[in-house]
Design a protein around this ligand. Sequence first.
Ligand code: TRP
Ligand code: SF4
Length: 369
Amino acid sequence: MEKNEKVIVDPWGKELVQDYTRLIKEFGMKAFDASIFPHPNLQMRRGVNFGGQDLDLIAKAINDAKPFYCLTGIMPSSEKIHLGTETVIQNVKYFQDMGAKTYVLIADVESQATRQVPIEEGKRRALEFHIPAYIALGLDAKKTNFYFQSENKAVSNLAAVCAQKVTENEFRAIYGSVHPAKVISAFTQMADILHPQLGEPMPGVIPVGIDQAPHIRMARDIARRLHTEYGFFAPSAIYHKYTSALDGSFKMSKSSDEIGKVEIPENDPKALEKKINKAFTGGRVTKEEQRAKGGQPEICVVFEYCQNHFIKDDNTLKNMFEECKGGKNLCGECKAKYGLPYAKKFFEEFNEKFMNAKKEVAKMNIGKE
Ligand code: TRP
Ligand code: SF4
């Protein structure tokens, strides 16, 4: 990309911009500062969250025990969920624990429009797997408002209001084109993001991957344009980094189907082992070199997964890092000591909690008016 070329991030595209620092500037974000939050979570402490907008407002609401909300949405675009979705859910859980009114929506309208997933199919996936999975990953079922875009009247009505506030040229400048499927998805998302403020305007934080930055930009513009009429606060956002594919080469791209990836759940331990074993690492060409110079956890996918997902204890992660850097472990040894056992533990714990979460969801009335 040329130096002065405008950054257009396409939320529905495969390729993503490589450079987080440039994005921070281009989108008027701030580098993420974990110190403003009480008891920062793993994603905050370990730099998985790298940027944000108006997060001071949220920190202030937490500290003053004032009302605020946290909302995110996930498309039911496949049966399983991405490892990266765990990051979003952990961020939502953090704000939920800090007192946020919490909303997690199933973006079934968007996945119908942009991925051709029939609404009924999206709903089935969400009820059978996605929603119980979010609960198994830590959300409090009783304190989370789950909803389907297709069934939320307040959202579809507000989408029509939001659509009045943006011109065709503005839409094109933000999203790169005015494709009808993009238009319907984007305005539905604007309404998702703003509708919790319909009763009582309040700050809100939207945890998302960086590919969603264009949506946040437009939502903030629309909130300002609707301020007089609705009193909306411009939504705050917290951005997390992308999860690498197993081969490490598509660092910034959404995991595409050709590249191996670890998903949730991984129920076959043999298959999981194979994946970890073939993952791209920061190992050196020869044993001798690795013992002498140490490995490079900074570029290692196994380390990334452990850091961002599998190893919850900071000391254990520190040991993994230092043993790699110091040449104490070759990659095989490191995978046997850290990568594999902690991956297995992660999925075992998930499966255990998932069974209970499924029972809980069966008793809930999600999507039934
Ligand atoms: N566009 C999001 C995705 O691609 C899903 C989504 C819909 C969303 N509405 C939202 C995300 C509101 C955050 C806030 O997965
Ligand atoms: Fe990655 Fe471990 Fe190899 Fe280091 S020793 S590069 S952390 S697999």
